[in-house]
Design a protein around this ligand. Structure first.
Ligand code: GLC
Length: 753
């Protein structure tokens, strides 16, 4: 049976002036309101504070929080972030709506990154599902909970492509690939925003961090990104364009500089590309303090200068630099800044408030009864388990998995075995600390009553206090738990060893120069293997790790990521075969940090090698290949690809070619395979990657069944930002490759005339 899958060219549509449609009724209301506003009131709309005050408490009388209260009442605050809950947001809203002259409502923003109260796998983990419906559903549930708890706006999805797992924030995105990142960006925007921004369960999405934040030097956060216009256009921007095309209401700029210009002050990024070429009519918020940080960058002389540069560059709202409120009115009055720029920024903020329905009912998201009835609903918890299951990636299996539920004794060992907190990850919203189902709890709930489950920590991963924004301190010396762990392993039929990261080891500000397992984990692995060879390693982590030791000695490895509220049950579902793993890596795992940055979609270079002598593009002490490549993931069944062909040897720009393969489930149980299509443009006006993902399809097959999977390629799918500075496909020879990961593919040639 043929399955035709049209490639979503929208996901990588050529950036063009696709101005987001405006609602004339709203535009008239915005015009009318702007005409009533003073310059100070317009600037007030561009001012955003974090909730450094507690609106549910008695109004402070002086200093910091008191000033904020006064400014809200005076109409000098447009938005607040981190005000949590229906009650707190209602009280903060009352300050604005019942006291300010024009009664313009606030809107409330929060980092709803992978769940609000019900927590889903960290975004990189969720991306491993390659399941767009599941990813959209997760964002939809997160929006439903957050909107019931007073939020109007989430600072998500983070759509930064990154090819450097040293960067702690690789955990927050969709990994190393542009095409997959674009598809996921669209799914998350649709999930958050739903069908109508004015719906009571919708959140305005925020595509971030614009742009190239994931290309920071040495993976260090907040850093210098020195990339070409080609890399910016071909690798970094398409997920942002996909988010815009999906209707993203806001963008957030980024802390990094790009080509010597901080993104917050980049006219090229924000005015030329985003608001110009792409016709973005939404609102750009700065990242936290990023306007003021242009002083540290050495790009602004002082806060007034920074305010001038940022507004000029198209940063509409000032998150916590406290630059716009004190300085923009004076800059306009002195003639340094054209009032039109302030009007445009205020228009974008007010447009969004009208679209959110806030002028109809400013309290619509602040309903305590609805909040109580919505958070943590059973159906959301069930969804969290299902999506976590789909996110898991089977990296190795010598046949040990799946486990039997009636095995005699299972030893569940390791620092993360009974950790109920780390599975929530770093950006955990209002997920309650220590509320996740631990791996131990999941296994205990899954096995037969006769099975004995023994638990031993072995060695703690972190010592002392940990949390936001505290540095994790790792245990590198306390082996006192080893004997009990070895004893538990010795007496068990099988060992499940939970290794990986502390929740606060990846995420913002958590870049690391060494991405091997921290502390005593590799030692613990060896000690356990020395007494029992039947060891399943379950990895719980936010970033790809360098785990050659685990790969060499463990018979089975399951990548579970920080899997969210239902982690333990979802992992147990996979360990015992109730779910057949189908996840595929959204970011390759390196063998060593020295290979980074690395992507499967690398250039060929002039000396691709391997050659007999040393003169080719490589390290002499390690292969170039990752330990596990992008798109890799095993199953409890096996799949074979055959009959790979192109429907024609060539096609022209008005036509298309179909690339197809026959997929067969050659194993003994049903399973889902993510069939991946890669393309190589052999010769271009600029050098082109050795392969680029251009399509995928999740195919479920019963044992022994086969299915023809067909992808249709058009010229638009081959387009890139050329040397001529145009987004177009160039005629010439191409290769198409199909397989179950980016390494093991079968290829076929075709040409574009
Ligand atoms: C942080 C992050 C950004 C987040 C914002 C608000 O520094 O860079 O992603 O949305 O501040 O918390």
């Amino acid at each position: 049976m043929k399955t035709a899958v049209l490639l979503l060219t929208a996901a990588l549509a050529a950036p063009s002036a696709t101005a987001q449609a405006l609602d004339p009724v709203i535009e008239k209301k915005v015009d009318a309101l702007l005409q009533q506003m003073t310059l100070e009131e317009k600037v007030g709309q561009l001012n955003q504070y974090s909730s450094a005050f507690d609106p549910t408490g008695p109004a402070p009388t002086e200093g910091g929080a008191a000033d904020v209260y006064k400014q809200i009442k005076a109409g000098q605050v447009g938005s607040l972030l981190n005000v949590l809950g229906a009650d707190a947001t209602r009280k903060a809203q009352q300050l604005a709506v019942e006291n300010s002259r024009l009664k313009i409502p606030l809107f409330f923003g929060y980092d709803v990154i992978h769940g609000y109260r019900t927590i889903f796998p960290v975004p990189l983990g969720e991306s491993a599902s390659w399941n767009m419906e599941a990813i959209e559903r997760s964002a939809r549930i997160a929006a439903t909970e957050a909107a019931a708890a007073g939020q109007h706006w989430t600072f998500a999805p983070m759509v930064d492509v990154s090819r450097d797992p040293r960067w702690g924030r690789i955990m927050e995105g969709a990994g190393e690939d542009t095409y997959l990142g674009a598809r996921i960006a669209a799914a998350r925007v649709k999930g958050f925003q739903g069908k109508d921004l004015a719906a009571v369960d919708s959140l305005a999405a925020c595509a971030k961090h614009f742009a190239a934040y994931g290309f920071g030097e040495a993976g260090r956060d907040y850093n210098t990104a020195d990339i070409s216009e080609q890399t910016l256009r071909n690798v970094v921007l398409p997920p942002f364009k996909a988010a815009l095309d999906a209707g993203a209401a806001t963008f957030m700029n980024s802390f990094n500089e790009i080509g010597g210009i901080p993104a917050t002050g980049s006219v090229h990024l924000q005015r030329d590309i985003l608001k110009g070429e792409w016709g973005f009519s939404g609102m750009v918020v700065s990242d936290w303090g990023s306007i003021g940080e242009m002083i540290d960058h050495g790009y602004a002389a002082n806060l007034k200068d920074a305010a001038h540069i940022a507004l000029n560059a198209g940063s509409d709202m000032d998150m916590e630099s406290r630059a716009y409120l004190p300085h923009l009115p004076g800059l306009v009055k002195s003639g340094a800044v054209d009032v039109k720029l302030v009007d445009d920024a205020a228009r974008r903020v007010l447009r969004l408030k009208f679209r959110l329905g806030l002028f109809d009912d400013p309290y619509r998201h602040s309903d305590v009864a609805r909040e109580k009835a919505t958070l943590g609903k059973a159906e959301f918890v069930t969804a969290a388990r299902e999506i976590a299951r789909d996110s898991m990636v089977l990296l190795k299996n010598d046949g040990l998995l799946p486990l039997a539920k009636n095995v005699g004794t299972i030893a569940v060992i390791g620092p993360l075995a009974n950790d109920k907190d780390s599975p929530l990850g770093n950006w955990r919203g209002t997920g309650v600390a220590n509320s996740a189902v631990s791996l131990l709890e999941g296994i205990e709930a899954a096995v037969s009553p006769q099975t004995k489950v023994v638990h031993a920590v072995g060695a703690a991963l972190a010592t002392g206090q940990r949390g936001f924004p505290i540095e994790v301190v790792y245990n590198t010396s306390d082996r006192s738990g080893f004997p009990a762990a070895v004893e538990a392993a010795k007496s068990a039929d099988v060992v499940v060893l939970a290794l990986g990261e502390d929740a606060f080891q990846s995420g913002e500000g958590r870049s690391q120069a060494d991405i091997r397992l921290k502390g005593l984990q590799n030692e613990l692995l060896e000690a356990v293997l020395a007494v029992n060879t039947k060891v399943v390693v379950v990895l719980m982590n936010g970033r790809p790790l360098a785990i050659p030791e685990v790969d060499k000695s463990a018979p089975a490895i399951l990548e579970a990521w920080f899997a969210g509220s239902q982690a333990g049950h979802a992992i147990a579902d996979v360990l015992f075969g109730d779910a057949n793993p189908s996840g595929k890596l959204p970011s390759g795992f390196p063998r060593a940090v020295g290979q980074l940055p690395y992507s499967y979609s690398h250039k060929n270079t002039g000396r691709p090698g391997p050659k007999t002598e040393v003169f080719w593009a490589h390290h002499t002490d390690l292969t170039n290949d990752p330990l596990y490549p992008f798109g890799f993931g095993l199953s409890y069944t096996t799949f074979a690809y055959g009959n790979v062909k192109a429907s024609a040897p060539a096609f022209d720009k008005t036509g298309s070619v179909t690339i197809s393969a026959t997929l067969t489930n050659t194993g003994k149980r049903a399973g889902t395979e993510v069939v991946q299509l890669y393309v190589r443009d052999l010769v271009g006006s600029t050098t082109r990657p050795v392969k680029e993902l251009k399509g995928f399809e999740r195919v479920t097959l019963q044992a022994g069944a086969s299915k023809d999977v067909t992808f249709t390629l058009k010229a638009a799918d081959l387009a890139f930002y050329t040397a001529a500075g145009r987004w177009e496909a160039e005629p010439g020879a191409f290769k198409a490759m199909i397989g179950g990961n980016s390494r093991d593919v079968q290829e076929v040639a075709f040409s574009l005339r």
